[in-house]
Design a protein around this ligand. Structure first.
Ligand code: PHE
Length: 452
């Protein structure tokens, strides 16, 4: 077997993890959650979740990956006993499922770059909805799904250093620079003042009155945006050497992800307010509908929209390669398959599994809700129980490497994992599973009735 790869530089690892973390979750979901969740009050609660739940859970995945230097399946079968040995499977299966439809959604973003540059966006929400409908499913969507998947295959096939590390060194700085540039542009728009007031005004009453939905929403978002619960951070950390300080790296990753999410809000809301489009209740096709309609109202909106959607496409690509790497690392480590054949065969398989989502948008929801509400949370829950309760000493000793004595922080970390992280995940999965059941018995059942 060939020597296992590793990151060339510390920055390479951090940028790859940031590239994974920054994706549709930051650009679409986050700003709207803040807007509707009570502005800065929500932001405060969210930051608490990130710090007290998301960050410790990220360290859990890091220690599992670096200790074993293996993919999630190999890692858990090495560290665990009995059923714990099987938990890695969940990560690989989740990764496979996510990427199959993530690629469809990413395909839409490519189409929206082209629309901005060519025909232009349609300038009212109803019309924009129709435009989105014609792009989201059908032959166009299948083609773009294929193109995006080909890009993912191309990068991952080149390997950790030449493929992933090299590409994120271009993509992540580009995402950061364009985001700052667009936020500066948005600052000059007429609606900026009103938008900042909406985005940032504290409204404690929303959280007090709706905490049963706002709190699990904030918790779920914290896991999703940090790419937790599907083995990405296990896999990426498995390519690390022992002298790295996992806590410092983790802080950099979490900090950058949060900053970018926050800055995107400073872009999205001024644009919506300036175009006079209501930011409330955006619905599923959201950036592709209300924001696209807003671009149509702005001078040079086509070009600005194209830049915006190009950023989304890049962010999606740098997340997609991390998901692909989870499954590819499994095939390489456990089956001794070469990287290139593993990536190509997998990419073709993913393309096929994603086809329903490209042909009918309802399947994006069928996959996405199952993944986000159930699988991701379950993966994060199981690995947190494993490290927190079954092998805490192993976790602590691995975290110490590259840092030295953890003192009280080591114990603090284990207890954060043992109680708040696990409780948060249990509550989130209970609500999430109920939500998915609701979806299957209402929207999806309606669709089945109409179609069959
Ligand atoms: N973190 C990504 C985002 O915010 C989504 C993602 C989840 C990527 C899980 C990889 C793994 O959009």
């Amino acid at each position: 077997m060939e020597q296992r790869e590793s990151w060339a530089t510390r920055t390479g690892f951090i940028l790859a993890a940031v590239g994974s973390a920054v994706g549709l979750g930051n650009i679409w979901r986050f700003p709207f959650q803040v807007g509707e969740g009570g502005g800065s009050t929500f932001l405060f609660v969210y930051l608490l979740f990130i710090a007290l739940v998301g960050f410790p859970a990220m360290l859990v995945e890091f220690v599992v990956g670096r200790r074993t230097n293996r993919n999630p399946v190999g890692a858990l079968s090495e560290l665990g006993q009995g059923l714990w040995q099987k938990v890695g499977w969940l990560f690989v299966a989740t990764g496979f499922l996510i990427l199959s439809y993530y690629s469809v959604v990413a395909g839409w973003t490519i189409r929206y770059v082209l629309i901005g540059l060519q025909d232009g966006y349609v300038g009212n929400v109803a019309g924009a909805n129709e435009q989105f409908g014609s792009v989201a499913s059908g032959l166009d969507a299948v083609l773009l799904h294929a193109i995006f998947m080909a890009a993912v295959i191309g990068i991952v096939a080149l390997g950790i250093q030449k493929g992933i590390e090299f590409s994120v060194k271009l993509m992540v700085p580009a995402i950061i620079a364009i985001t700052i540039g667009l936020a500066a542009y948005a600052f000059t728009l007429d609606g900026a003042g009103e938008a900042y007031a909406y985005y940032l005004s504290p409204d404690i009453s929303v959280i007090v009155n709706e905490f049963t939905s706002v709190l699990p929403g904030a918790a779920g978002q914290a896991f999703f945006t940090l790419s937790l619960g599907m083995g990405v951070m296990i896999t990426y950390a498995s390519y690390l050497d022992e002298d790295r300080n996992l806590v410092e790296d983790g802080l950099a990753i979490v900090g950058l992800d949060t900053l970018i999410a926050f800055t995107v809000g400073l872009i999205v809301f001024p644009i919506l307010f300036t175009a006079g489009i209501d930011p409330g209740d955006p619905g599923a096709g959201a950036i592709f509908v209300s924001l696209a309609a807003a671009f149509a109202e702005l001078p040079f909106g086509g070009i600005i929209g194209a830049v915006f959607f190009a950023t989304v496409a890049i962010a999606a690509l740098s997340s997609a390669i991390s998901i692909m790497e989870v499954v590819v690392s499994y095939l390489i480590d456990e089956w001794d398959v070469g990287r290139v054949p593993a990536t190509v065969v997998l990419g073709v398989g993913l393309f096929i599994v994603g086809l329903p989502a490209a042909l009918d948008i309802i399947f994006v929801d069928v996959y996405d809700l199952f993944v986000n509400n159930v699988l991701l949370v379950l993966g994060a829950l199981l690995v947190s129980i494993f490290v927190g309760w079954i092998v805490p000493e192993l976790g602590r000793s691995e975290l110490r490497k590259g840092i030295g004595d953890l003192g009280i922080w080591g114990t603090g970390w284990i207890w954060l994992v043992r109680i708040p992280v696990i409780i948060t995940l249990l509550v989130t999965i209970a609500l999430g599973a109920m939500g998915y059941y609701d979806f299957l018995t209402t929207d999806f059942a309606d669709w089945l009735n109409e179609t069959l």
